[in-house]
Ligand binder design. Structure first.
Ligand SMILES: NC(=O)c1ccc[n+]([C@@H]2O[C@H](COP(=O)([O-])OP(=O)(O)OC[C@H]3O[C@@H](n4cnc5c(N)ncnc54)[C@H](O)[C@@H]3O)[C@@H](O)[C@H]2O)c1
Length: 245
């Protein structure tokens, strides 16, 4: 029997990389999207192949609508279908709102929110034809709570939750579920960039009193992609040590 196929955006580092490895070790073939780091993407692809997955790596900026269309066409030529779409690619360009450059607002919305529109619109045509599919969007605890200095990021991640719920309603009758994961503070390159003071302050807001690991998010995504999660749609699953309860 053919393996299920998952497309993961931003798969060369951090949470995306861990999702690639976790899905590969649980019987998925993979389309691994990356934006610029070809060497890191090749390493992730080789590790996934060693775990038994067939892998297509595609360089593409998810904010570029036409490029995403071309990536999806290439994926369909290779695998014939896409069963799971994980919108993981994301960026931050933090500043207080009065100091935030217009381009920093636009760039974060373009990648984090519009990028997910781009992939959903191109991939869902196949899922609608198949009458099955799973779409998983990486939101954030910041999209639930807001955060000083991250108005652009919070708006993109809050928008992603609204996008998730709307598309879940549109696709529910077609056997496609659409859910969001809202990670809290997960140890990756994105959070390594924060100062020790900020990290210490975040830690005081986490009831479980520790930072999360990429595996915490990868296994949540693996569950949402599974047959066992077929009655869950339009939900935001917080994986945040209790930050947003
Ligand atoms: N780390 C956390 O604590 C945390 C918390 C909440 C939400 N998230 C979200 O989880 C996702 C993964 O975060 P991470 O911590 O692994 O970050 P990361 O910076 O380690 O990885 C992000 C990935 O996205 C890729 N990317 C960036 N712009 C892209 C573009 N235009 N096109 C394609 N790929 C692009 C990067 O190359 C990178 O591989 C993001 O959406 C992030 O907002 C992370």
């Amino acid at each position: 029997m053919a393996k299920p196929v998952a497309l993961i955006t931003g798969a060369s580092h951090g949470i995306g990389k861990q999702m690639a490895l976790t899905f590969a070790s649980h019987g998925y073939d993979l389309i691994l999207n990356y934006s610029s780091s070809a060497a890191a993407a090749a390493e992730v692809a080789a590790s996934c192949e060693a775990l038994g997955a067939s892998v297509l790596s595609v360089q593409c900026n998810v904010a570029d609508y036409a490029a995403v269309g071309a990536m999806v066409n290439q994926s369909l030529s290779t695998f014939g279908t896409i069963d799971v779409l994980i919108n993981n690619a994301g960026i931050t360009k933090d500043n207080l709102i009065l100091r935030m450059k217009e381009s920093d607002f636009d760039d974060v919305i373009a990648v984090n929110l519009k990028g997910s529109f781009n992939t959903i619109q191109h991939v869902s045509k196949t899922m609608l034809r198949n009458k099955k599919g799973r779409i998983i969007n990486l939101s954030s605890v910041i999209g639930l709570l807001g955060n000083a200095g991250q108005a652009n990021y919070a708006a993109s991640k809050g928008g992603l939750i609204a996008l998730t719920k709307s598309v879940a309603r549109e696709f529910a009758s077609r056997g496609i579920t659409v859910n969001a994961i809202a990670p809290g503070f997960i140890q990756t390159k994105m959070t390594d960039a924060l100062s020790d003071d900020v990290k210490a302050s975040v830690l005081t807001q986490i009831p479980l009193a520790r930072f999360g690991q990429p595996e915490d998010i990868a296994y949540t995504a693996l569950f949402l992609a599974s047959d066992q999660a077929s009655y869950i749609t339009g939900q935001v699953i917080a994986v945040d040590g209790g930050m947003a309860m």
